[in-house]
Design a protein around this ligand. Structure first.
Ligand SMILES: [Zn+2]
Length: 68
């Protein structure tokens, strides 16, 4: 999955992070991609942390949508 911004013609960095659904703890295959200029910046790390703390898998996301 693509994380952050990838500009046109920018080099793509592939990386792996552990991502778990915050609701059911299901682990998500962590193959991620980001643009070279964004990868490992302060903003990148902050956003990644936030992403890991709030991630919902497809099933839980659907459930949430149905309940709302
Ligand atoms: Zn889930």
């Amino acid at each position: 999955m693509i994380f952050g911004k990838i500009k046109k013609d920018e080099k793509i960095i592939k990386f792996n992070v552990k991502i778990q659904c915050v609701n059911c703890n299901k682990q998500v295959p962590g193959g991620m991609k980001s643009g070279e200029n964004y990868f490992n910046t302060h903003e990148f790390n902050k956003e990644l942390e936030k992403f890991q703390k709030t991630y919902l898998c497809g099933i839980c996301r659907d459930k949430k949508r149905t309940n709302n």
